[in-house]
Write a protein that binds this ligand. Structure first.
Ligand code: FMN
Length: 311
């Protein structure tokens, strides 16, 4: 048997496949389609201190090879999650990671503190990368100094394993990653969505009510993969890859590029049980290649000698 277990900085997962935040509800919505116990982990929809309604519709548009969304972090708020969702989620043998956001540093700190007071949460993912809200989110993720400051404050507020989710919109994503590492993060996840837009040519109006939104799905995979490869070389904490993963082969590419684990997002909307197929596919690949476990594969990219000097 191959060993699918992996570690994302203070958090051991039974396999490297995690459902990505915002594409998997609060987890419970998916239990009629798949066995949640199969997942390495699941990341809950981004939570804030108070409930949020998000942005007005239309806020989801299908695009070639992906989708644009401008949900705007609609959520029930941290207290309702703890009271209504967590007791049910805890019944499953799956790592529960809670994605958080705030409009100010203080709000992030308060949400992290609140989550640390309860049992059953295995990690926190800080979203400093949402392109769909006016304050907070991406504002912190584009600037290395602000990203570092926020990470440090949340680090002081919680003993839970801390993953920081980066935006591909940063000018130098590796610099942001290094600052986040220096500020106490246990792991880094990347990427969140890319800023994009779509226009109805009949009316000349934007298709999203917010004009722009976040692009996700297979269309972004090659860029996300390149960024994961770069960041994995720039930091020594574990990196979790995401962006357009829709098959075991996609996931394997990210792992070979240096990711200890992967997040599956948009693909859940096409096949809600896709993560199980990805987990099984990774296991089969390891078996076929006669590898004992994931760890042998992480960062195993082979670069031909002449390529190392020619770029
Ligand atoms: C509808 C939708 C909602 C999302 N909501 C969140 C969120 O609340 N917090 C967050 O950090 N990322 C959020 N994301 C980003 C995803 O978690 C993921 O990082 C991104 O979509 C790239 O992966 P993918 O191409 O596999 O979807 C959302 C993405 C989509 C499509």
């Amino acid at each position: 048997m191959v060993n699918l277990s992996t570690n994302t900085g203070g958090l051991t997962l039974k396999n490297p496949v995690i459902a990505a935040s915002g594409t998997f509800g609060y987890g419970l919505e998916y239990c009629q389609y798949m066995d949640l116990n199969r997942l390495g982990g699941l990341i809950v929809k981004g939570l804030s201190l108070n409930p949020h309604l998000g942005n007005p519709p239309p806020r989801i548009i299908e695009t070639t090879g992906g989708m644009l969304n401008s949900i705007g972090l609609q959520n029930i708020g941290v207290d309702a999650f703890i009271k209504e969702k967590l007791p049910l989620l805890r019944q499953y043998d799956v790592a529960i990671i809670v994605n958080i956001f705030g409009q100010t540093v203080e709000e992030y700190v308060k949400v992290a503190r609140r989550l640390s007071e309860v049992e059953g949460i295995n990690g926190v993912e800080i979203n400093i990368s949402c392109p769909n809200i006016k304050a907070g989110g991406i504002m912190f993720g584009k600037d290395p100094q602000q990203a570092g400051f926020l990470t440090k404050r949340v680090r002081e507020a919680t003993p839970l394993p801390l993953m920081v989710k980066l935006t591909p919109e940063a000018r130098n994503i590796s610099e942001v990653a290094q600052r986040v590492e220096d500020s106490g993060a246990d792991s880094i996840s990347l990427v969140n969505t890319f800023l994009g837009m779509a226009i109805d040519v009949e009316t000349s109006k934007p298709l999203l009510a917010t004009i722009t939104g976040g692009l996700s799905g297979p269309a972004i995979k090659p860029i996300a993969l390149r960024m994961v490869w770069e960041v994995a070389q720039a930091v020594s904490i574990p990196v979790v890859g995401s962006g357009g993963i829709a098959s075991a082969r996609d996931a394997l590419e990210f792992i070979i590029a240096g990711a200890q684990a992967v997040q599956v997002g948009t693909a859940n909307f096409i096949n809600p049980a896709i993560s199980v197929e990805i987990i099984e596919g990774i296991g089969k690949y390891l078996q076929d290649k006669k590898l004992k476990g994931i760890k042998q594969l992480v960062g195993s990219l082979k670069i031909p000698a002449h390529e190392k000097t020619s770029h």
